[in-house]
Design a protein around this ligand. Structure first.
Ligand code: ADP
Ligand code: MG
Length: 694
């Protein structure tokens, strides 16, 4: 295999392979399942499984696994070999339809938020035939959903698939009103993944990076990102080799990585793939993240995907580009005829209405201990959700609200009676980088998601809330005798009541939170606050109505999120205390002893020698030692007290309000010492060292 096109997708059991290897009838049956959501029967599954196994063995696979996404957010797999020992001492290689369709991982150690305790102890994985199987490290990976025996979702994928059904159903109702019969409606996602690459030797020296994925200590580097020289700059040779290998592996897996560049922060990079159907896009992103971590190690590098690996330096985000398409046509594309424009405005308005009505849920979907460092800091959007439309589209929207007969944007004038949108909306280059939710020509870009997050949650919420808004429109319009008139009236009303969510200004500006509060927009600053939005009566009603999550499933997820948050902060607190005691205090003490010895020996030579500078340094170091020691005691007590709080919400709040400030105090005292202590005495690599390598 020589050219990219020959090996692109070579490790994927994709449509081409299926057409090639499956009997025609089987392929047709399977297509009905993947394209139209029809259930699959066991006979078809048996034939597919056999073909899949033969294909995988030819490519060197020996095992298979059901690949799934438990509530931890990362992916899980348990390998089983194809080997089926026979009584004659030989073995056959087998893989049955049943093994393809259903698996039983030992589920007891995955978080369930209490679901399995109350219902049924076991869970099973079920094949998701809409996401292709692939080979990774000699293992045939079958993407699956993970559910309990009583049908509760135990994973992130199941509700995502349900939400895709919900939005497809409601979008079809809307399209039917426009006289369109479509067979497949799907949401699409293209996630832009940010990450840092640092040297393995530096990483290995830092317990904080190893245990928590971020540095819990570190004074600002002498040079940060102020020169903005790293952005789109030339890629380091080591990084270039990493990117080449990564691209090659991703392409073999049929993951269309297209863009790669340096980010704003030193040592930071970004990868963007071509968009895919949402569930496949989420799978691909998880695989990409995993491959990044693995391939980094081939180059003596470590890939950091945490939302905030370095204080004072931009963190890792993951922009979730989202749209919705019907039989391949993008429904958020303004189109060129008046009728298409009206349809576009209906979908656009649905998104605006949905985001305004369910700001809290959207914010919740990206809440995590790590992301709390990004949102609201001066690099990422604030925790307030608003929508950026761009000047032209905003004018259109406000003209609808004000019932202007004609709207004009720049040189273009259009008659609202026959609304044709200015075509340049599509190539809108006015990109507001500070907006958390921006319309970018033919898709929305949700920019709040963190680098480490599994995007299932955010897209599950997006799909569900937009499904609700589309349903509202369909409910209002079905049976209308004046379709265009009623639609325009509906748009005017909906846009009027939700205009507060539209904001074209600078989201980083100090005035914005004040203005947003006046508008009544939500501002959930921390995870414990945001997560409560999951369990409001409105949220539960929404999820139950669209059969995305049951009340029990929601409550379970809520518990898991809170628990995860508390555990993360607990670990960070423990590592902070441990590093302060075991690493930093001994180093500062050692250095201060050297300084003290210097003062003493000089005084011995002559009392007349001026040792005031060294004495000042000694006093500062001793002061630092005392402050750090005191702060560590406070931190240890805060951790102990937090751990004793039983109620999960109060527990998370204790970590937020007691442990985090105590950690910050230890860090501040240590960072102050970092710039005083001699380089050779400092026990861990500093930001200067980690971020600026060649
Ligand atoms: P930008 O430069 O504004 O970030 P790009 O065109 O480079 O925009 O796209 C960024 C990401 O958006 C890519 O991953 C791309 O695949 C994705 N994208 C483009 N169109 C769509 C769409 N219709 N649905 C979902 N994602 C999309
Ligand atoms: Mg982008």
């Amino acid at each position: 295999m020589t050219t990219i096109s020959e090996w692109y997708g070579s490790l994927v059991f994709n449509d081409v392979v299926m057409q090639d290897r499956l009997p025609k009838a089987t392929y047709r049956e399977l297509s009905k399942t993947t394209k139209e959501g029809k259930p699959l029967n066991l006979e078809v599954a048996n034939v597919v499984a056999h073909a899949m196994k033969e294909w995988a063995i030819e490519l060197g696979a020996t095992h298979y696994t059901h690949w799934f996404q438990p509530l931890t957010g990362i992916t899980s797999e348990k390998h089983d070999s194809f080997v089926d020992p026979q009584t004659n001492g030989k073995a056959l290689l087998s893989f049955s339809g049943k093994e393809l369709i259903q698996g039983e991982p030992d589920a007891s150690s995955f978080p369930s938020g209490g679901i399995r305790a109350t219902f049924e102890a076991r869970g099973y994985t079920a094949w998701d035939p809409t996401s292709y199987a692939f080979i990774k490290d000699g293992v045939l990976c079958v993407p699956t959903a993970f559910v309990s025996y009583t049908g509760e979702a135990l994973d992130k994928k199941t509700p995502l698939l349900r939400s895709m059904d919900a939005i497809a159903r409601e979008a079809k109702r809307v399209l039917a009103l426009f006289g369109k019969e479509v067979s497949q409606v799907a949401t699409t996602v293209g996630p832009e993944q940010e990450y840092f690459l640092i040297k393995q030797e530096d990483y290995n020296e830092r317990l904080d990076l190893i245990m928590t994925g971020r540095t819990l200590f570190g004074a600002d580097p002498v040079k940060g990102q102020e020169l903005e020289e790293h952005y789109f700059g030339a890629v380091r040779p080591t990084v270039k080799r990493f990117m080449e290998e990564l691209n090659e592996e991703l392409w073999k897996l049929g993951i269309p990585a297209t863009t790669e560049h340096n980010e704003v922060a030193p040592a930071q990079h970004e990868l963007a793939p071509v968009f895919l159907t949402t569930n496949a896009a989420v799978d691909a992103n998880l695989l990409t993240m995993e491959l990044m971590r693995k391939i980094a190690s081939h180059h003596k590098l470590v890939c950091l995907q945490h939302e905030k690996p370095f204080e004072g330096i931009n963190g890792n985000g993951k922009h979730n580009n989202w749209s919705i398409s019907a039989d391949g046509a993008n429904l958020l594309d303004p189109g060129s005829t008046p009728f298409d424009n009206l349809q576009f405005l209906v979908f656009l308005t649905a998104v605006i209405k949905a985001v305004d009505e369910y700001q809290g849920l959207l914010r919740m979907s990206v809440a995590s201990a790590g992301n709390d460092h990004r949102l609201g800091a001066n690099e990422a959007p604030p925790a307030i959700i608003s929508i950026f439309l761009g000047d032209e589209l905003e004018t259109v929207v406000f003209d609808i609200i004000e019932s202007k007969a004609h709207i004009s944007t720049g040189d273009v004038t259009m008659d609202l009676g026959v609304p044709t949108l200015p075509t340049f909306i599509k190539d809108n280059t006015d990109r507001n980088r500070t907006s958390p939710f921006a319309f970018t020509g033919n898709k929305f870009e949700f920019r709040m998601a963190g680098g480490e997050v599994n995007l299932s949650d955010a897209n599950m919420i997006l799909n569900t809330i937009v499904a609700k808004a589309l349903a509202d429109y369909a409910d209002a319009l079905e049976g209308s005798t004046d379709f265009e008139g009623d639609t325009k009236a509906y748009l005017k009303k909906a846009l009027t009541s939700h205009q507060r969510i539209i904001f074209n200004g600078d989201n980083y500006a100090a005035e914005w939170p004040i203005e947003a509060e006046k508008r009544g927009l939500a501002n959930y600053k921390s995870t414990p606050e945001a997560v409560q939005q999951y369990v409001t009566p409105e949220a539960i009603e929404l999820f139950e109505r669209f059969a995305v999550l049951s009340k029990g499933e929601i409550e379970a997820r809520y518990e898991v999120k809170l628990e995860h948050y508390s555990k993360k902060i607990n670990i960070e607190g423990l590592v902070t205390a441990r590093m302060a005691r075991a690493r930093f205090l001994p180093a500062i003490i050692e250095y201060s002893t050297t300084v003290a010895a210097s003062v003493a020996s000089k005084k011995e030579v002559s009392e007349a020698l001026d040792t005031s500078a060294e004495e000042d340094l000694l006093a500062a170091l001793t002061g630092g030692i005392n402050t750090i020691s005191k702060n560590v005691v406070v931190l240890e007590e805060a951790i102990k007290a937090a751990a004793e709080v039983e109620d999960s919400l109060e527990n998370a709040r204790a970590y937020l309000t007691k442990v985090i400030p105590a950690m910050n105090a230890v860090r501040a005292a240590v960072d102050e010492m970092e710039i005083l202590v001699g380089h050779d005495y400092w026990p861990v690599p500093t930001y200067n060292h980690i971020l600026f390598y060649t």
